[in-house]
Design a protein around this ligand. Structure first.
Ligand SMILES: [Zn+2]
Length: 305
């Protein structure tokens, strides 16, 4: 998903820290463990400002202050924390800038969860459609242990990818799934972790992809667009809006701390939410932007004025 947030704007203005320099990930020359997820990475720095520039096989590229990383005790230790962080950082990848991960990003992470199995399944459909590049007969190889794929889907391990593929096939959304030639040679020792299969979307799979492009059909949550420093609104949210949402069967989510480069997180939540509630009483530009973004997606929305 292209990031349309502050990062791209600053990059287009030539903001030096956000413009990507040449450091593509190269499997042959990793020089350490990723500062966030501890998988293989190429790391430059610390620079004079104590920043690390990291190119991780799973997260993608990002920049982080070494001081922040040390304060937070990074890298993450548990597989779920690692997977969640990688998933969100990968979502923030955009062609012309490298996201800077600040403390607010990691604070926001604490309120995020990994995609549900259904959401991760949708992520595979979207990924596959992109790889097929509009050609329905184009078979794409899925390597279950491929780190960028794990990060894109938001899953912890290759077995999760195996489950998603089986599930999509059983729903007639995916076709194929037979081993590639590589696996034929390895067949005696083949496990889910080293499985390579070839797949393509069925007509139903393409239909589902079209629905997902219009977004927000699968979600069982709503999104609350709001100003972030408003204790009165916190109380309204906790005592009134959140319980009211639950009573109608929807979890009302919000992102608690506004930070420029978590725009990708907010944008993704809005794309997938069933409906959006916006507090426009604070003249908060962010809430107006979020409401306008939802309007563009034709999401249902409610205003609080
Ligand atoms: Zn990483």
């Amino acid at each position: 998903m292209p990031n349309t947030g502050l990062g791209v704007l600053l990059a287009s203005l030539g903001w030096p820290h956000l413009v990507r320099t040449e450091m593509p990930y190269n499997l042959d020359f990793p020089n350490g463990g990723c500062t966030v997820c501890n998988r293989k990475a190429k790391i430059d720095g610390p620079t004079s400002s104590w920043d690390l520039i990291v190119d991780c096989v799973c997260c993608g590229e990002f920049q982080i202050s070494k001081i922040t990383a040390d304060e937070l005790g990074l890298p993450y230790k548990t597989p779920k924390e690692q997977a969640l962080a990688s998933h969100l950082i990968r979502k923030m990848q955009a062609p012309r800038y490298r996201p800077i991960l600040n403390k607010e990003f990691f604070d926001a992470l604490r309120h995020q969860t990994l995609p549900t199995p259904m959401e991760a399944s949708d992520n595979l459909l979207i990924w596959l459609a992109g790889q097929q590049d509009g050609r329905p007969g184009n078979e794409i190889e899925i390597a279950h242990a491929d780190p960028p794929l794990l990060g894109t889907l938001g899953v912890v391990e290759p077995e999760d990818v195996g489950w998603i593929v089986d599930s999509l096939k059983s729903q007639d959304l995916l076709l194929g799934g037979y081993p590639t030639a590589i696996d034929d040679r390895r067949r005696p020792r083949m496990t889910v972790a080293n499985r390579h299969i070839r797949c393509r979307l069925t007509a139903r799979g393409w239909e589902r992809f079209e629905e997902l492009k219009r977004a927000h059909i699968s979600a069982s949550y709503a999104f609350f667009a709001r100003r972030f420093s408003n204790t009165e609104l916190d109380q309204v949210f906790e005592r009134c809006l959140y319980p009211a949402g639950l009573q109608t069967g929807y979890e009302l989510r919000t992102v608690p701390q506004r930070a420029g480069l978590i725009d990708a997180v907010i944008e993704n939540e809005i794309r997938r939410c069933r409906f959006l509630v916006a507090d426009l009483s604070d003249e908060n530009a962010g809430a107006y932007w979020e409401a306008g973004f939802a309007e563009g997606l034709e999401a249902d929305r409610k205003w609080i004025e």
